[in-house]
Ligand binder design. Structure first.
Ligand code: NZQ
Ligand code: ZN
Length: 393
């Protein structure tokens, strides 16, 4: 039986190069004092910052800025942003950047009306009733944060990196202009593409009943990422490649594909530990973990799904025994991640050793609601997780 669900995605999307010229119209609808949130400076280098300032002026808004959001963002900067919003009477937040910037803006938006630490909200100690409206301008195809209700943020004191999901965090409007991703480096394009693939795989690899039309859609999106990522890496301003990746990234994780399914986010749970402790790019951690997870998960009951993936996504011929077909699919995916996306293959390539594996595995199994075992495509105990980490060395 498919789980019951409500589907309601309120984010209004402007898609296409040049669509940012409508930003002033949307800004004027949502507030008069804006907080602009951005990262380490890529939007200044590629000219996006100047365009945004022009639109803010055109809308007649005044406001503030918070910059310097770093990859794998942390709570203290968001707490500073929330304070600024409270004290400055900010009624609208505008985020321009990758997932880290958008997630920081979400945490600011969701914690402005709460005087305590935003971390209380992230760990669900307090429920947000309202959030400041958020408009986003994503500059990378990766997390899909621009159309979903989740913010992923780290507590630097405890090294806990959690996803906080709440409907109030979902952006009101997002401007998806492929041209804003032209300057993303080949390496970050590869990391983002590995992240999109992982979002799809986390849902697709499931032994429960689901919608077969949605399975087909996920397969088509995975094929699309595999087709366009290397083109975007080779030619940064390839409009069709950037547009496809941008659209795939939002539909991979905006509630459509996961509705009606229980998703355990097995690889994401393991990866968030890696990026919390070692500050590595999220997509890179997933690219290393996913092949090891798939090899671990290969067994009689998972063969039907893994064969379907091998045949429909990785183009393996449907002949020979099922285990061979499934193994070939995993091999081809691994080759794509390592050779086509040119991503490092091992944790040891990133100077990560087994010192923290036990501690990280403990965190994964005690993460919100896991109760000792991650109940995903295959159940994962603490020992299984340590084994998967070790297989990545
Ligand atoms: O900081 P700037 O200077 O902007 O540079 C960034 C950063 O160094 C750069 N970049 C972004 N757009 C660029 C650009 N460089 C040149 N041109 C552009 N147009 O790329 C670097 C990485 O940025 P980041 O925002 O960290 O990347 P990403 O979008 O992959 O976000 C990763 C974060 O999102 C979380 C991850 O865990 C990680 O913390 N996730 C968020 C999710 C969500 N909200 O739904 C789900 C995901 O699974 C994920 O966990
Ligand atoms: Zn992800």
């Amino acid at each position: 039986m498919v789980d019951s669900f409500i589907y309601h995605n309120r984010t209004k999307i402007y898609f296409g190069n040049g669509e940012l010229s409508h930003l002033h119209e949307e800004l004027a609808k949502w507030g008069t004092r804006v907080l602009l949130v951005y990262g380490g400076g890529s939007i200044k280098k590629n000219g996006l910052y100047d365009k945004i300032v022009e639109e803010i002026d055109k809308a007649g808004l005044s406001g503030y800025e918070i910059s310097g959001v770093k990859p794998n963002p942390e709570v203290p900067l968001a707490a500073r942003g929330a304070r600024l919003c409270r004290e400055g009477g900010v009624d609208l937040i505008l985020a321009a950047g990758g997932g880290s910037v958008i997630d920081t803006a979400k945490v600011i938006a969701g914690s402005t009306l709460y005087e305590g630490s935003p971390w209380d909200l992230v760990v669900n100690k307090v429920q947000p009733e309202k959030a400041v409206p958020l408009i986003t301008i994503p500059t990378m195809a990766a997390t899909g944060s621009e159309m979903n209700d989740c913010a992923v943020i780290t507590n630097p004191v405890t090294h806990q990196k959690y996803g906080w999901s709440a409907e109030v965090l979902r952006p009101r409007v997002s401007f998806l202009c492929p041209e804003n991703t032209y300057s993303v480096s080949p390496f970050q394009t590869a990391c983002g593409s590995a992240d999109i693939l992982s979002h799809l795989l986390e849902v697709y690899l499931n032994q429960e009943e689901g919608f077969d039309s949605i399975d087909g859609y996920m397969e088509a999106m995975m094929r699309s990422v595999i087709r366009w990522a290397p083109i975007a890496m080779a030619e940064g301003n390839h409009e069709e490649a950037r547009a496809n990746l941008m659209w795939d990234s939002v539909w991979a994780i905006n509630d459509l594909v996961e509705s009606g399914r229980h998703v355990a986010w097995s690889c994401h749970g393991m990866e968030h530990e890696l990026s919390a402790f070692y500050d590595i790019p999220h997509g890179l951690g997933l690219a290393i973990l996913t092949p090891a997870f798939l090899r671990f998960a290969l067994r009689e009951e998972t063969l039907p799904r893994l064969c379907q993936f091998a045949i429909n996504v990785m183009g393996v011929k449907n002949k020979g025994d099922r285990e061979k077909v499934a193994r070939k699919g995993i091999k081809r995916l691994t080759k794509f991640l390592r050779e086509t996306l040119e991503l490092p293959a091992k944790l040891s390539d990133l100077s990560i050793d087994e010192t923290l594996f036990e501690r990280m595995a403990d965190n994964v199994i005690s993460w919100k609601g896991q109760e000792g075992v991650v109940q995903g495509f295959v159940p994962l105990t603490k020992e299984d997780i340590v084994e998967i980490y070790k297989a990545c060395l």
